[in-house]
Design a protein. Sequence first.
Length: 293
Amino acid sequence: MEGVRGQSRERFHERLIAAYTQRYREAAVWKTVIWLGSATLFLGALTVAAVKGGAAALGLIGSGYLLCSRLVLRPEMTRAHREGVAVQEQYDTEKFGLEWNKSLAGKHLSPMDVEVLAGRFGGDPESLSSWYVGGAGAPPGAQVLLRQLENASWGRRDHRSFAVISTACLVFSVGATVAVGLLRDVTLATYVSSLIAPSLPWLLDLADLSVLHWRAASARGEIEADLIAAWNALPTGGADVPPELLRENQDRIFIARRRFGRVPSWFYRRRRDGNEEAFQAAADRMLSEKGWR
């Protein structure tokens, strides 16, 4: 009977992963629409300015698109992302055996809603496997602490690397508008109306992205440092981690996920194997030092 219950829990965990992955994908669709629109305007403005010296009509289109993006598209993206974060929190609490913090995360997603979202997932079933490291030999609370540390470490590394890329893109984009303006020797009024105005959605999105990921890296770094300190404070082969500390850690991870978003899926997939190998090696060493491996 216990084996049946275990299989049922594992299946529910997989359905939760499928559900939050699907909701994140839907958020990514809105994000793609936003970026395609702003990129089209940016490239169009550069092209028209380089060929004809600019077109003020593009500035009006850019202003209209900026309002649409900020008032319609972005709220939909944020809503989908936050729902994904809530389902991922449900997965983590189920996986880690933690109490649900209703005051912070709201209500659990009902089993029916989980199945509806999971049913929309059309990806590779192999991608639904948990990426958390094992901690066999360590007390249950220490295993959870190790996995929370893994989450914070991955997040810090990925957010920092993507922040560098987005900042470089922002600098290049601003430089491109200046270069085209100088090449065509346009007036300041033409530069603002024909280059800056239609490029504004793209430049603002890049600026927001850069700041967001730098802040995310900083927040994850602070969580990571506190988790390392908590791990180092554990006595060798001794007592387990208090549940209250694990719940507090999880609340901080939830807030960081909700506030700062995620790196793009393609970026995460490209770095996943390297991150997984690096943290597994670190985890083996940490467990050995505590006498649990």
